[in-house]
Design a protein around this ligand. Structure first.
Ligand code: FAD
Length: 294
């Protein structure tokens, strides 16, 4: 199909972009990489009156270190995140996750912030933003506002931005070098959206897990940060027995959808298998003994 007619604006400053969005009265749409937006426009699922291309705003294209956090500008592309040495060194789980995002050609154009704004519940970067305590900076003619990641994801393809707001950057945690981590995803083909995915990090203190984070995607209307699972693991040794307790909790907690890709039961079962693998790998990376080494 062909898109409905729209105006196209390519501002060179953040203020200019904010003004165009305000003037559009809520009908304007920001385009970053266009990898999700253009198919939706071509299918006329969205019909913006004006497309605001933010790729001409130089300050949005940076990855910056801010103490123990990293800030990713709104036009930082997936391939930049995948190849950035700071990310490789300080957030290895994000480096790993990037390999699961689509294909090279999509990663060359698609952006980290665009993926978060798109808020697909089976996309990797929204889940990573939750896992890494992301803070989203939104801008409009009224000024700037910070949104914590748990408040940003409102439902499938729904975020908490006001119609005339846009994201200028997202800040995420880096990980201390003693952090164990694991990213376990299953999709039918490499580059497809996940049927289920687990991302977890933990440290080891006196032989027990501490600072545990546990996030999932593909199994709900939004990416999930599972505080109940984190609380179950925190302060305990990660053993196969504990992993079984986690699987049981996931069975009771997760409410995945059935669709043409997989049934809800299959997704729940898969989630348990991925959780076991992820806990074992993260614990090993944190310096813990795994079942094989006991
Ligand atoms: P765009 O397409 O430009 O925008 C997407 C939406 O976000 C639009 O509504 C737009 O208005 C809004 N938006 C973008 N930037 C901003 C901003 N700064 N402020 C406010 N709103 C904004 N993704 C995955 O995570 N995993 C996959 O496995 C995967 N597979 C894919 C396979 C294919 C074949 C394709 C085409 C895409 C796939 N994607 C996948 C999606 C891809 O990662 C997209 O790049 C990403 O979802 C959107 O990023 P974008 O920069 O292209 O955003």
């Amino acid at each position: 199909m062909k898109p409905a007619p729209f105006d196209f604006v390519r501002p060179s400053t953040i203020s200019e972009a904010s003004e165009v969005l305000a003037e559009s009265g809520g009908d304007g749409k920001v385009i970053a990489g266009g990898q999700s937006l253009m198919p939706m426009i071509n299918f006329r699922l969205v019909k913006p009156s004006v497309l605001v291309d933010i790729n001409g705003i130089p300050e949005l294209s940076q990855i910056e270190s801010k103490g123990d956090r990293l800030r990713l500008g709104a036009t930082v592309r997936h391939y930049m995140t995948a190849t950035d040495p700071l990310i490789h060194e300080r957030i290895p789980i994000l480096h790993e996750a990037m390999h699961y995002v689509a294909h090279l050609t999509v990663r060359n154009r698609g952006t980290f912030c665009g993926s978060v704004c798109h808020a697909d519940p089976a996309a990797e970067m929204p889940m990573m933003t939750l896992l890494l305590n992301g803070q989203i900076t939104a801008r409009s003619v009224r000024g700037e506002r910070q949104i914590a990641a748990p408040d940003f994801f409102q439902g499938s393809l729904m975020n908490s931005l006001e119609p005339e707001e846009f994201v200028t950057s997202i800040e995420i945690d880096t990980l201390s070098t003693d952090t164990g981590w694991a990213f376990e995803e299953f999709a039918k083909r490499h580059g497809d959206f996940a049927l289920s995915c687990v991302a977890t990090t933990m440290r080891m203190r006196d032989g027990k897990a501490s600072d545990v984070r546990f996030a999932m995607m593909g199994v709900g209307e939004t990416p999930l940060r599972l505080g109940s699972v984190e609380a179950l693991i925190e302060g305990r040794e990660v053993t196969p027995g504990l992993a079984s307790e986690v699987v049981e909790l996931l069975n009771d907690t997760l409410q995945p959808n059935s669709d043409l890709h997989a049934s809800a039961d299959y997704r729940r079962h898969l989630s348990g298998a991925l959780a076991r693998r992820a806990l074992d790998a993260a614990w090993r990376r944190a310096g813990g003994l795994t079942e094989h080494a006991r």
